[in-house]
Design a protein around this ligand. Structure first.
Ligand code: GLN
Length: 537
């Protein structure tokens, strides 16, 4: 068997240049050439994982099958590669230090002075290698932030060491930016040259340069960059802004990225990347003319990345229905009885987002009520589902004081509560239910029809659960509990069968939607939205 190759992707000049999409695209290309690829993100922040991070800061918290609260780039990895990531796919400075400090406390270092070099860097290298086990051809490791940041140093130093220890197995791709000065009509390479210098000062010669740009790069410019930065001209790759990030693998292949990687490792590829299914998806996306109008009600809508997986899952499903997603975002805390109709009446369907805390809860309840009374297709996820159930409790079941204990710990009708007993049976620590759990679908339900199977596994990230002591009251009032965890009896899905399409999920289906496999619930939701649109015409 061939030895695992390690590809590092660093960033320069600016953040938000699309390292995640670049890593995913390269992963896709190598996978499409028949290689086994694993993607990984190293995050320089001191948080141990993304669990406590406010979505305004780093965007959504992505959840892996094994229940790790991860950086949102892992969502790109899964959507592009169509294969699940896990807790080894994302490592932060905080986690590295936590491991090293735990070892130090156990006495594992036998009295040695514990230092950044070698102890922290050894732990980083161990994590990188672990991402490639058992038998990956390539590990692509993306390093968050930009080179030169104080907190990136140990990561960059670890790359230097790995390149020195395994010269034939490691490669560094530096993604950087070439600004265009409108006044002088010129592309400027000086900032990127400086960022390469910073890498060189750390002892790393990049092998491939990817230049993000808003304008096409002339051949002479690429030649100049190659000369100044010690790379082959064929390894200077242009990355133009694209209408959709899903085009990136195709463009980067045309630019020769995957060939440059294979050439550097001296690997003969048996075939060109097979991107048939991927290209078919892009074609559908481009050809779609019909529009589907979806409203998303959430607490963090000003932050474009806070609902990234939900938006992508909607895009996947819309594309497979040959239509274009027109998404309107609504700030939950500005939604009220008095303005809800004005905001939502033009929509084909509404999605109420997951979330934590009280702010915006009422707006979510108002939106769910509007959807129920107007028979507007509705998907509630996490807190979105909980709000729909609370609303139903107050308005239909007759529990006027119904509430989730998260919002009012003193409520007399705790429709959602901490179900510590069931949770301990599930083997969690009783605070948060995280990761994939089984969900048994009820015969004859909408959920069962959409999934087309009896049992599914979906990913969770929440503390509160539907309180099963009220189940019978809700069933009597017309709510169907269409998805149940078979081990604990916890409610995973609800629906209102007398309406066109009204579904709530305690789990997060958005994390499992990929370009090649759109999620059945999102497919059903968009189909219902389109049908609703037709009926209105
Ligand atoms: N805040 C709610 C809970 O902890 C819902 C979380 C979510 O939307 N996933 O139960």
């Amino acid at each position: 068997m061939r030895k695992t190759k390690y590809i590092f992707i660093t960033g320069g000049v600016s953040s938000s240049l699309g390292k995640g999409i670049t890593a995913s695209s390269l992963g896709k290309l190598l996978q499409a050439r028949g290689f086994k690829v694993s993607l990984q993100k190293l995050d320089p922040y001191v948080n141990v994982n993304s669990g406590m991070l406010n979505p305004y800061e780093q965007g959504e918290c992505f959840v892996t099958e094994d229940g790790y609260e991860a950086d949102l780039d892992l969502g790109h990895y899964e959507r592009f590669l169509d294969s699940p990531t896990n807790r080894n796919s994302n490592v932060t400075t905080g986690r590295i230090y936590q491991t090293v400090i735990q070892k130090e406390r156990k006495g594992d270092y036998l009295g040695k002075t514990v230092q950044v070099v070698p102890h922290i860097t050894e732990e980083i290298k161990r994590c990188v290698k672990q991402a490639g086990s058992p038998d990956c051809d390539f590990v692509i490791t993306e390093v968050g932030g930009t080179v030169g940041d104080i907190e990136s140093h140990p990561f960059v130093e670890s790359i230097r060491q790995l390149k020195w220890e395994l010269p034939d197995e490691c490669l560094c791709i530096h993604l950087t930016y070439v600004p265009y000065l409108a006044a002088s009509k010129e592309l400027k390479t000086k900032p990127m040259q400086h960022s390469v210098k910073v890498l060189l000062e750390s002892g790393i010669q990049p092998d491939i340069l990817i230049l993000r740009t808003e304008h096409k790069l002339p051949k002479e410019l690429k030649r100049k960059v190659a000369l100044f930065c010690n790379v082959m001209e064929s390894s200077v790759i242009e990355a133009l802004d694209l209408p959709t990030s899903y085009e990136a693998p195709i463009r980067l292949h045309e630019e020769g990225l995957d060939s440059a990687v294979l050439k550097r490792f001296g690997i003969e590829a048996s075939h060109e990347p097979d991107l048939t299914a991927w290209s078919a998806f892009l074609q559908r996306m481009k050809r779609a003319t019909e529009v589907v109008r979806i409203g998303l009600v959430g607490k963090y809508v000003e932050s474009p990345e806070a609902y990234r997986s939900i938006v992508e899952a909607l895009v996947h499903a819309a594309t497979y229905h040959d239509c274009r997603l027109e998404l309107s975002l609504y700030q939950a805390d500005q939604m009220e009885e008095g303005n809800v109709a004005r905001k939502l009446e033009e929509l084909d369907a509404v999605l109420v987002a997951p979330g934590f805390g009280q702010r915006g809860e009422n707006g979510k309840i108002v939106a769910a009520k509007y959807a129920r009374l107007r028979n507007l297709p509705f998907l509630g996820i996490g807190l979105g589902m909980q709000c729909a159930v609370v609303e139903f409790a107050r308005d239909v079941v007759g529990f006027f004081e119904a509430e989730s204990k998260e919002m009012n710990p003193q409520t007399e009708y705790p429709i959602f509560d901490l179900m510590v007993e069931e949770k301990s049976n599930l083997g969690t620590d009783g605070t948060m239910r995280l990761g994939a759990y089984d969900c048994q679908l009820k015969e004859g339900s909408l959920a069962h029809r959409m999934y087309g199977v009896d049992l599914v596994r979906e990913r969770h990230r929440h503390r509160y659960e539907f309180n099963n002591k009220y189940k019978a009251d809700f069933e009597k009032a017309g709510m169907v509990f269409s998805g149940i965890n078979p081990q604990s009896g916890l409610v995973e899905m609800v629906e209102l069968p007398h309406l066109k399409w009204f579904v709530g999920t305690q789990f997060h289906p958005e994390f499992k939607s990929t370009v090649l496999h759109p999620h059945p619930l999102f497919m059903g939701f968009i189909e219902a939205a389109l049908k609703n649109r037709q009926e209105k015409k």
